[in-house]
Write a protein that binds this ligand. Structure first.
Ligand SMILES: Nc1nc2c(c(=O)[nH]1)N[C@H]1C(S)=C(S)[C@@H](COP(=O)(O)OP(=O)(O)OC[C@H]3O[C@@H](n4cnc5c(=O)[nH]c(N)nc54)[C@H](O)[C@@H]3O)O[C@H]1N2
Ligand SMILES: Nc1nc2c(c(=O)[nH]1)N[C@H]1C(S)=C(S)[C@@H](COP(=O)(O)OP(=O)(O)OC[C@H]3O[C@@H](n4cnc5c(=O)[nH]c(N)nc54)[C@H](O)[C@@H]3O)O[C@H]1N2
Ligand SMILES: [Mo]
Length: 762
């Protein structure tokens, strides 16, 4: 970038490495603005410790939960945000109508602090008013009994514990529905659907030890410096061992370039840093399908030239479908691969050559792979790549999906799914004596469509911010208001709570960090991390208010009020969570000696057959996939159509915005920007700092976002980026992966034009 750019407010390059002193400073600010200084150090030290709570930040594991406190800036933000001193009081709510609160930003809403008592919406005054727990439960029960079960949607956000999630699915299934929209449907559903088809189980296969032994890491479509910060320690270590790290990502992400480990005294003292990516390929948004096919095509060519680039013995013994798979690769042209991926043949050949040399490879991936309308196919292509060299069931190798919410994987394991297996339903029937519904239910997109069509009448949310997380805000916000009943179990106020239905209840719960006493005993819950480790989590802080209840207690309260004749002993389960775990053990495989094993520090690992080269697929073999062609289904392709990526900033947790900076990308105090490559700026006749309008290219309706400041950024040409959740107004609800139902949040076809508002700039 040689040309001198105009100054744009809040935009300045951040030249420092990720981590380091910048991260320490940011942590201090988070603590100062949210927490009591006396409590903060103790609370932070308890994160991910044997007798402490599991970090609500991300699902990256810890070495046996025994390590000394691992510093993590964004983990600290997640903890301090929950352990804040700020409170939403009845007096505050009496003074602020729901209509006026809806004018506030997502950041302001949560920043009012913790919810302190159950609330119900009062239409006459347009305010949220305190209500007793019993009155709330009674009314929820009465409304639900008046509906047919399939008119109710049971939404889960992946922070809920195994115990709360298990009770939630039990409630819904005894009530009579499999409608389980779930944050996973917007996140790693492509993994949950794609991997079972390839290797027989929808989970990652690596452990932290594998990172110690790996010879190559390929990182595709995830941003660990922000979203899985504890992974940075692992990558840092690997890089220092000389392990090549190949990155495929349209954006230059600072943490994937270089990182200073705050635990490393020398690096900190000398202002040093470690390079992370050994090579960085800026694939186009949605271009991974083509890139992966290109790498594998090159690998086959290498093998033809000199046998040994692929593992023929492994393929013969353990897989099926190789012939069709390799035929398809041979028939895919380099021209189409280069065009769609935005990468050169020679670059993809380099990746193939590095891969052919490595005896143990890990591929890690995140939302850059799954949130596309070919997300499931993308995941399967990654599995294919690993199968080609037998990178399952050996040390240092495997697939590593980076999960989202800290217990999203556990929620799935304990039965939050709209497509339950018949065996699981039978187990419920045998143990509880009620007949669960067999027909499949709604995922997130289908639930929202049912709400828009008026088929769904009630929505119960175990956490989360459903309407804001979903695509097409205009329609999803309206759908919330059409409901007869919405119920939100949450810790902080958010927009979904305020998009009130005919009747709305907000039920405040204990957070992870807080002490949970039932029948006089301290309780712990359990969670499963990205590497299938299940362990206990137990908070110690004094609850934010005396009126809070635990998530299991709230779910049980609603269930008892809805089903007075229930066959489940809800009260006993709430009195002692061991009793919930006993039921999980009885109905779900892999939880043998559950209560015993979670009392061992570090917990235990769920079964992962592919790590022993066992493949619980229909054929008993690992399956290659065939992806015809190279591209996503883009309804409208034209020269001036760009692909929009919706992104998280460094200062946010999903719809929770902690602050307005995105330090590593050089954006400060604002979120109303569009990242664009210099080449595209020039093509569009735009300059860094111009005001633009974005419009989604859909045929039948207008989705637009006016008045955004376009800024020059090192992003693949043809791709642009804007922040989630603001940009959800642009994501079409009906543009999703058919296999997994995941919205295409990372490849929305858009046009960008100079804004009329430009003239109004000062
Ligand atoms: N601090 C913090 N931690 C979090 C979260 C948070 O919001 N804040 N969210 C949690 C949740 S629920 C989740 S799911 C995870 C999300 O963690 P990530 O998977 O890291 O999610 P995103 O921020 O959406 O970033 C996606 C990355 O993919 C790249 N990308 C976008 N499109 C493409 C593409 O087409 N191809 C490729 N190869 N790359 C692409 C983007 O440039 C970006 O670097 O993090 C979890 N942890
Ligand atoms: N455009 C676009 N949209 C996306 C994405 C994207 O990349 N781009 N990513 C998608 C992804 S990966 C995900 S996972 C979804 C996230 O969707 P959700 O999981 O629905 O959203 P969150 O923002 O994580 O939910 C925040 C709320 O959870 C509540 N909460 C926090 N802690 C607790 C707790 O301990 N218990 C309870 N009961 N409630 C709690 C608080 O009230 C808070 O306001 O968004 C999706 N939407
Ligand atoms: Mo997620």
């Amino acid at each position: 970038m040689t040309t001198k750019r105009r100054e744009v407010a809040g935009i300045r390059p951040y030249d420092a490495p990720a981590g380091g002193w910048g991260a320490l400073k940011a942590t201090a600010v988070a603590v100062r603005t949210q927490m009591d200084m006396m409590e903060a150090p103790v609370t932070l030290m308890r994160t991910n410790q044997p007798m402490g709570f599991d970090c609500p930040g991300c699902a990256w594991p810890d070495k046996e939960h025994r390590s000394t406190f691992q510093f993590c800036e964004n983990g600290a933000k997640a903890v301090t945000w929950e352990a804040t001193k700020k409170r939403v009081t009845a007096a505050f709510l009496a003074q602020n109508t729901v209509t006026s609160l809806l004018e506030k930003s997502d950041y302001e809403l949560e920043n009012y602090g913790r919810l302190t008592q159950p609330l119900s919406y009062d239409r006459a005054t347009d305010t949220l008013r305190p209500v007793s727990w019993e009155a709330a439960f009674d009314r929820i029960g009465t409304v639900l009994r008046g509906l047919s079960p399939n008119q109710t949607e049971f939404y889960t956000s992946g922070r809920a514990s195994n115990e709360a999630a298990y009770l939630f699915q039990l409630f819904a299934r005894e009530y009579g529905t499999n409608n389980f929209p779930d944050c996973s449907n917007m996140c790693h559903e492509a993994t949950s659907v794609g991997l079972p088809r390839s290797i027989g189980i929808g989970k990652g296969t690596v452990s932290l030890d594998d990172f110690d032994e790996t010879e190559l890491i390929i990182s595709i479509g995830h941003n660990p410096g922000t979203n899985h910060p504890r992974m940075m320690g692992t990558l840092h270590e690997a890089s220092r061992r000389g392990v090549p790290i190949i990155v495929l990502n349209p954006l230059k992400e600072r943490a994937l370039e270089r990182f200073t480990d705050p635990q490393n005294v020398i690096e900190m003292a000398t202002y040093g840093s470690t390079r992370i990516a050994s090579s960085y390929y800026q694939v186009k948004s949605g271009g991974d399908t083509a890139a992966l096919k290109g790498i594998m095509k090159a690998l086959l060519a290498l093998d033809e030239a000199q046998r040994g680039a692929i593992d023929h013995d492994f393929i013969a013994e353990h897989t099926q479908g190789f012939a069709q798979f390799s035929d398809d690769l041979r028939n895919t042209s380099w021209e189409s691969i280069e065009k769609e991926s935005g990468l050169q043949r020679a670059e993809l050949q380099q990746v193939a050559a590095a891969y052919a040399k490595s005896r143990a490879t890990i591929v890690s991936y995140g939302m850059g792979i799954t949130q596309h309308n070919k997300g499931t196919a993308n995941v399967r292509l990654i599995a294919d790549l690993l199968l080609l060299r037998g990178n399952f069931g050996k040390p240092g190798a495997g697939i590593c999906p980076l999960r989202g919410h800290s217990n999203v994987q556990g929620n799935r394991t304990v039965g939050i799914t709209e497509k339950p297996s018949s065996q699981f339903l039978q187990n419920l029937q045998d143990v509880f004596g009620f007949t669960p519904p067999r027909e499949h239910g709604h995922d997130s997109v289908r639930a929202m469509q049912a709400m828009i069509d008026g088929q769904a009448k009630a929505l119960l949310c175990l956490g989360g911010n459903f309407a804001v997380a979903m695509p097409e805000s205009e329609r999803s916000f309206q759908a919330m208001k059409q409901l007869d009943l919405s119920v939100h179990v949450g810790t902080k106020l958010n927009r979904s709570h305020l998009l009130v239905a005919r009747e709305t209840f907000i039920l405040p719960c204990l957070g992870r960090t807080e002490l949970d006493i039932q029948a006089g005993e301290r309780q712990s819950v359990t969670v499963e991390d990205s590497m299938s480790m299940v362990h206990a989590s137990s908070g110690k802080l004094k609850p934010a208010s005396e009126s809070l209840r635990s998530e299991p207690a709230i779910v049980a309260g609603m269930a008892m009020a809805t089903m007075p004749q229930s066959k489940v002993q809800w009260q006993d389960l709430v009195s002692n969570y061991d009793a919930i775990r006993d039921l999980i053990e009885k109905t779900i495989p892999g939880f043998d000696d559950y209560n015993k094993r979670i009392r061992i520090p570090g917990g235990f690992r769920m079964p992962l057959p592919p790590t022993e080269r066992k493949w619980p697929t229909e054929t008993g073999k690992a399956m290659f996939s065939v992806f015809k062609g190279v591209s996503e289904d883009v309804k409208i392709q034209a020269d001036d159509v760009l692909r929009l990526i919706t992104l998280r900033s460094h200062d946010q947790y999903n719809t929770t915005v902690y602050a307005l900076d995105d330090r590593y990308r050089g954006v400060f105090g604002r979120r109303d920007v569009l990242f664009m490559n210099d080449i595209d700026l020039e093509k569009h006749g735009l300059e860094h700092g111009d005001l633009v309008d974005i419009e989604t290219v859909v045929s039948d309706r207008k989705l637009s976002m006016p008045g955004i400041t376009v800024i020059a950024y090192d992003i693949a040409p043809g791709s642009v980026g804007a922040y989630y959740p603001e940009a959800n107004v642009l994501v079409p609800l009906d543009y999703f992966d058919e296999d997994s139902g995941t919205p295409s949040y990372k490849s929305v076809p858009v046009r960008v034009t100079r804004s009329d508002k430009q003239n109004q700039l000062p």
